[in-house]
Write a protein that binds this ligand. Structure first.
Ligand code: PLP
Length: 359
């Protein structure tokens, strides 16, 4: 724990806002996991994303997935309104639309899994389109983690993360990271971090390193439970469409099966056949799941997404779930009792059905 370094130390460290040993260790691990040559950690996921966007320079054209994280879209909209850049939001699963939007762009920002409908863009094709247009391809890999997808190996130039989610894994830290194999980009991101000062704390850095030690075990269990829950949920009374890339009926299931290794992630969205109020009552009626935003932690979280500004376009009863490490049967039982308690389904229709055939 230090913010000051004596002159002449062998690492060349001078001041805590520019470097420190804890960051360097975590950055080395993140670069290895993402197969990048360099990484930088930031004070939050948004700080990392903002550093990448700001590095683009004023007056540039930025294309972003229209279902990217709400905070990212809000930042881009704000910068566009201030006249700092031009922004176009696009359906990242529609490659023709991406190609059209990328003309004259300098940055394409997409996410491994769209939010909250878990859409899956073709990362390799999007990176190629961006490069043909002379833009860099940036992928937010927060939802998948490098254990499931490594965007740099598919042609992306930059990967960004909110480490506050799966990497930290315990809802007890806020951090972000940028990972790249483009040696010319890293100094620009370093400049943003040092001079805008959106740096992480030392304790958070240590916690993130500790979190990574169990990432594989946590994510394996979370992913298996998510598959189990997605299959069971689609048969429950009161539950309409289930959005999960592991289900055969997901529009990009085949692509997800090719692009993702070792599972389809631990995020599920379900459309409940009910009003916004009833869906809110359902979220409040769970006992094991916590009614809260965010994702990626050991404890299961769920929330009605339409409660957020900018997501009112979603079906009123759409509930996003982040599956934790609790017993999957207990999680299912809790959802089933909450459906009855909120009046989404009747007790007679609430028995847990036999599993639908898996892919
Ligand atoms: C996909 C994604 N990217 C970035 C962020 C922002 O991360 P942070 O909250 O650490 O700033 C979030 C936050 O929910 C997110 O879901």
């Amino acid at each position: 724990m230090t913010s000051v370094f004596g002159h002449g130390n062998k690492q060349g460290y001078a001041y805590g806002r520019d470097h420190n040993e804890n960051w360097v260790r975590l950055e080395g691990v993140l670069a290895d996991l993402e197969e990048g040559t360099g990484a930088l950690v930031f004070g939050s996921g948004m700080a990392a994303i903002a550093a990448v966007i700001q590095s683009c320079g004023v007056g540039r054209r930025i294309v972003a997935a229209r279902d990217a994280y709400t905070g990212t879209r809000a930042l881009l909209r704000h910068l566009a309104e201030e006249g700092q850049c031009a922004v176009e939001f696009v359906d990242a699963t529609d490659l023709d639309a991406v190609a059209l939007a990328c003309r004259g762009a300098s940055l394409l920002h997409i996410e491994t899994l769209g939010n909250p409908l878990l859409t899956v863009p073709d990362l390799q094709a999007c990176a190629e389109i961006a490069h043909q247009a002379g833009a860099i391809a940036v992928v937010d890999n927060t939802f998948a983690t490098p254990l499931l997808v490594q965007p740099l190996t598919l042609g992306a130039d930059v990967v960004v993360h909110s480490l506050s989610k799966y990497i930290g894994g315990h809802s007890d830290l806020m951090m972000g990271a940028v990972i790249t194999n483009a040696s010319d980009l890293l100094p620009k991101f370093q400049y943003q971090r040092s001079n805008a000062g959106a740096i992480p704390g030392q304790l958070e850095t240590w916690l993130a390193l500790r979190g990574i030690r169990t990432l594989d075990v946590r994510l394996r269990r979370q992913t298996e439970s998510a598959m189990f829950l997605a299959e069971r949920l689609r048969g429950l009374a009161g539950v309409g469409r289930v959005h999960y890339p592991g289900l055969v009926e997901h529009p990009q299931h085949d692509l997800a099966a090719r692009q993702m290794r070792g599972g389809f992630g631990a995020m599920i969205s379900v459309e409940l056949d009910c009003s916004a109020e009833t869906a809110e009552s359902f979220c409040a009626a769970t006992r094991l799941w916590t009614n809260a935003t965010s994702l990626g932690s050991v404890e299961s979280l769920l929330e009605r997404r339409g409660r957020w500004a900018g997501e009112e376009y979603l079906p009123a009863g759409l509930v996003r779930m982040s599956v934790g490490i609790e017993a999957a049967e207990d999680l299912l039982r809790d959802l089933t009792q909450a459906l009855v308690a909120a009046g989404v389904s009747s007790p007679a229709g609430s028995s847990v059905p036999a599993p639908a055939p898996a892919d």
